[in-house]
Design a protein around this ligand. Structure first.
Ligand code: PXL
Length: 276
């Protein structure tokens, strides 16, 4: 029996298949109790819709934490994604200290940028804070844009292994046990994930679908967390998450109306099969 309890901290985009509407069902489907701490509530995500509402929940977070501390609630892992303000970083760091069981895992997806650009609403002050959160993490899962912003190494659209190794080393110097770099592609027809751990870099390569899809970073980090909490190694968890994310994209790519996210629900059984 797997009675692990995971807390995930990220926004609720009410519509758009990203952040908590992806993390909660995926981690739950992995058989793990999943608690949530919403960082903000948006009508829809900020990646392609014309506009959105944004309710910042920063001020609620310490009160929620306080109640959990009073109740003696603690988690086996805390996985963070999109955060609603730079101020939330210190709060999240505090929650790592007060609400994690001894030996519990801190998984940080510094969800703030893609394709060479920061998401709307973020600035370099936020990046600086996010780098500090990475210092407190056991696992970090940046894409190459987020890595560049955190390390200060120039962002490149095309690169070689030496460039990726330099990024990974610099990220590891911040302190996390493992650096998982997502969307690492050395040639147009393939992509993959780099795992840098104990000074060693490994690569899981898979084929690349012609179209990138929104929300896949959240699908990836959620399924990685689920696999890790099933006792998989970083490499195995990175591979399981990559295979599942590809399945989600394959299940969506032929539907032109479904531009805002991936249809992860119908292929959840594939993820569960990979875990068992
Ligand atoms: O998937 C990352 C993400 C999460 N939450 C919100 C977003 C995005 C990406 O654009 O806008 C609100």
């Amino acid at each position: 029996m797997n009675d692990k309890r995971v807390l995930t901290i990220q926004d609720i985009s009410c519509v758009g298949q990203c952040s908590l509407t992806v993390a909660l069902p995926i981690i739950s489907a992995c058989g793990l109790e999943t608690a949530i701490l919403p960082s903000a509530v948006l009508s829809n995500h900020t990646g392609g819709f014309k506009s959105w509402t944004f309710r910042d929940l920063t001020d609620d977070m310490p009160d929620i934490e306080k109640k959990w501390v009073e109740e003696g609630i603690a988690f086996d892992a805390i996985y963070t994604g999109y955060l609603g303000s730079a101020r939330q970083i210190d709060i999240v760091k505090h929650i790592f200290q007060t609400c994690l069981k001894p030996g519990g895992l801190r998984i940080v997806d510094p969800a703030m940028a893609d394709n060479g650009k920061l998401y709307t609403g973020f600035d370099m002050a936020f990046v600086k804070e996010m780098a500090k959160l990475c210092e407190s993490a056991d696992y970090i899962l940046p894409n190459i844009t987020e890595a560049s912003l955190i390390t200060g190494i120039d962002y490149r659209e095309t690169y070689d292994e030496a460039y990726v190794l330099e990024q990974a080393k610099k990220l590891a110097e911040l302190g996390p046990k493992s650096v998982i770099l997502t969307g690492i592609s050395y040639e147009p027809s393939t992509t993959g994930v780099v795992i840098y751990e104990n000074g060693k870099m490994s690569y899981y390569q898979h084929y690349r679908l012609p179209k990138g899809s929104h929300g896949t970073g959240d699908v990836y980090a959620s399924s990685f967390t689920g696999a890790l909490m099933h006792g998989k190694s970083s490499y195995e968890a990175a591979k399981i998450a990559a295979d599942y994310t590809v399945k989600c994209i394959e299940n969506t790519v032929d539907d032109p109306d479904h531009w805002y996210g991936v249809k992860f629900e119908a292929v959840l059984s594939e993820l569960i099969r990979a875990l068992n």
